[in-house]
Design a binder for this molecule. Sequence first.
Ligand SMILES: Cc1cc2nc3c(=O)[nH]c(=O)nc-3n(C[C@H](O)[C@H](O)[C@H](O)COP(=O)(O)O)c2cc1C
Length: 402
Amino acid sequence: MPNSVFEPSTLAGIRLKNRLIRSATHESMADERGAPTELLEKLYIGLAKGGAGAIITGYAGVRQDGKSSLPGMLMVDNDGLIPVYRRLTAKVHEHNAPIILQIAHCGRQTRSAVTGLPTVAPSAVKDKIFNEETPHELGEKDIETIINSFVSAADRAKTAGFDGIQLHLAHGYLLAQFLSGYTNRREDKWGGSTVNKFRIVSEIMQRIREKLGDYPVLVKMNAYDNRPGGMRAREAVEIARLLEFSGCNAIEVSSGTVEEGLSIMRGSKQPVEALLACNFRFKDMPPPLKMISAPFIRFAMRSPQPIRGYNLEAAKAIKQAVSIPVITVGSLHDMTDISSAIESGSTDYISMSRPFIIEPDIVRKFQDGKQTASRCIMCNYCALMIEVDRVRCYYGKLPKKK
Ligand SMILES: Cc1cc2nc3c(=O)[nH]c(=O)nc-3n(C[C@H](O)[C@H](O)[C@H](O)COP(=O)(O)O)c2cc1C
């Protein structure tokens, strides 16, 4: 019997009422400490009430040097934050939805000008978007500390009542930097072969299992990036097998890095106006310079093809190689695409980000048959404007300046 979208199921030991998950989405709504605010609490309650099968939070930082350069990032780097997270999970659970904390270290995809700390990476390879400076190559002792920071963060998540955690191995953040040959040029036991590049994840998994038993651990991983010498679908399959072997409970399949432009979240038009309005490099430029820059930005921000369902083929290959559940993200915004992906067995679950920004109750609308597709136009203004404001839908238009 093929799986169906609105049938309850168990994912990583967590009971889900349907197969539609809110994928991690940075909301820019945490306070200065990195604690969720009341506004963020309301957003998650809205998602729970709106029928999401499970909610994966925006990425939460495990260490200060791995904090995002975007404002309002959640942090989970100290025990003082546990009580406020506990309150959040309790509120979400009142509305019958599981909530999973995504934990991350940004590595080279942040700016020391914002964090106040040197940026770090597996190798000293500069990021074209983020780094005005070359990141510091991590030493043996630093890697050890980072592994333990992920384990402590998972421990805090469990204590705070999260139903599970998701390790962020995608989109070019630190753990993805280790996995991709483009950013990992190391010749020691942390680089070179796939097993060596995976070692940091394997250590995190092993120590989480030792400390937290069978607590649900999901990952979001890149099936490919388009960087020279980087991740490709074949190696991703191998990594998925290693993940299963290491005790990971479920894999969400994504792709791309921030450096690639709009590859992670695709669209048919380039949001040049939004970038010029919010990005740290451009926002304070004189208007004539902005005009001159626009065509170059338009070129750099082209999304690769296809625009829809672009991770599905890679997810299918991963699903065939592992027996743990697979979740697929990436412009799967339409019930026809969603049902066919699940019913054909290409993926076990679908996750979405942008559709929940424009309509937090999209799952209920789908289930009630009120709508068959998201209203999201994939303008990607939401993804860029979080550099200066809280996440919201702009529907391809910036508000007029007062
Ligand atoms: C505003 C915004 C913030 C995002 N923040 C995160 C994040 O914190 N962690 C993450 O793994 N992905 C993040 N993503 C990527 C999404 O989870 C998702 O992989 C991508 O948008 C493609 O899915 P979609 O077509 O359903 O939007 C973000 C996307 C958007 C638009």
